[in-house]
Design a protein around this ligand. Structure first.
Ligand SMILES: [Ca+2]
Ligand SMILES: [Ca+2]
Ligand SMILES: [Ca+2]
Ligand SMILES: [Ca+2]
Ligand SMILES: [Zn+2]
Length: 304
């Protein structure tokens, strides 16, 4: 517990039999800031395990590639990455490619029991023969997480209350339902919307049946609009100097963004500063593009 191990010189690693990296317990950190690639070794039953448990953190912020190669004895081999338990986090925020080239045993990414794995959120991540699982509030953040770009100025911000979130969620459903003839009310009302402490700069997250909203907007604090169907606090999308939205993250924008993920939106729908962007700045309201919802509806409601 409480051990920080930093290996700044390591840029690539190759796995071997039973190779395990583990950070166990709050305060335990394994950090390899220069590591860019992880390749499994090619002997029989070589498994690599990266495990963050009971609050431990494994920080691999420069890793872009993970591979279990197609060479050697490919039987019973995989790279298995697990974050299990509240506060347990694996930072793979630059990850672009995770490939298991010998799928007789697939590799895996598993987040369980409020554990979090952060993958690249600004570019699509290619996962080939990799099983993903999120169980009991585990999260694989990235593709469907919305975040701010820059850490906030210091200062304690009030935490969001569930009734405030529910009011904004209701307004978002009204806005979305009004933009299309398809009945979205029942689909979206079935999505659980709740408050949690998302890691780092993340402010929102969605998967197919739930939305998670950060408790304090990554430290910026939320703008909870008393008149969510009116944009009067935003002068041409930006909050003026005396606006209550100034310096805060607009909850309505984030909730709309996450509902759109539930309906099948990806960040690839995002040229520039629109509701599909995975980044949001304080004091900004992102606009719902009229065509976006029609596109999603013509693709059919997302099956995922
Ligand atoms: Ca194995
Ligand atoms: Ca394999
Ligand atoms: Ca947070
Ligand atoms: Ca308003
Ligand atoms: Zn997103």
């Amino acid at each position: 517990d409480g051990v920080v191990l930093e290996l700044p010189a390591v840029t690539s690693v190759t796995g071997s039999l039973g190779n395990t990296w583990q950070a166990d317990g709050t305060g335990s950190v394994l950090r390899l800031p220069s590591l860019t690639s992880i390749a499994n070794g090619d002997g029989h039953a070589f498994d690599m395990f990266l495990r963050a448990t009971t609050g431990g953190r494994i920080e691999l912020p420069a890793v872009t590639t993970i591979v279990d190669p197609n060479t050697g004895d490919t039987r019973n081999r995989g790279v298995h990455i697990t974050a299990d338990g509240p506060g347990s986090t694996i930072d793979l925020s630059a990850l672009l490619q995770f490939t298991d080239a010998n799928p007789d045993e697939r590799s895996s990414l598993s987040a369980a029991n409020f554990g979090t794995i952060v993958v690249n959120g600004s570019q699509p991540v290619s996962l080939i023969n990799v099983m993903t699982s999120e169980t009991n509030n585990g999260m694989i953040l990235g593709q469907f997480g919305m975040r701010v770009d820059v850490p906030p100025p210091l200062g304690a911000e009030a935490e969001l209350r569930q009734e405030e979130l529910q009011r904004i969620a209701d307004a978002a459903i009204t806005l979305l339902s009004g933009s299309t003839s398809v009945d979205l009310q029942s689909r979206l009302s079935a999505v659980r919307v709740s408050i949690t402490d998302l890691p780092g700069l993340f402010v929102g997250y969605a998967d197919k049946d739930r939305i998670l909203i950060d408790d304090d907007a990554a430290g910026y604090g939320w703008f909870v609009d008393a008149t969510p169907l009116d944009d009067e606090e935003f002068l041409s999308s930006e909050a003026g100097t005396d606006s209550p939205a100034r310096g805060r993250i607009d909850l309505l924008s984030v909730v709309l963004h996450e509902y759109l993920h539930v309906l099948g939106m990806s960040h690839a729908h995002s040229p520039g500063e629109t509701i599909a962007s995975p980044l949001i700045e304080p004091g900004r309201r992102l606009q719902l593009m009229p065509d976006l919802l029609d596109d999603l509806m013509s693709d059919g409601l997302a099956a995922w």
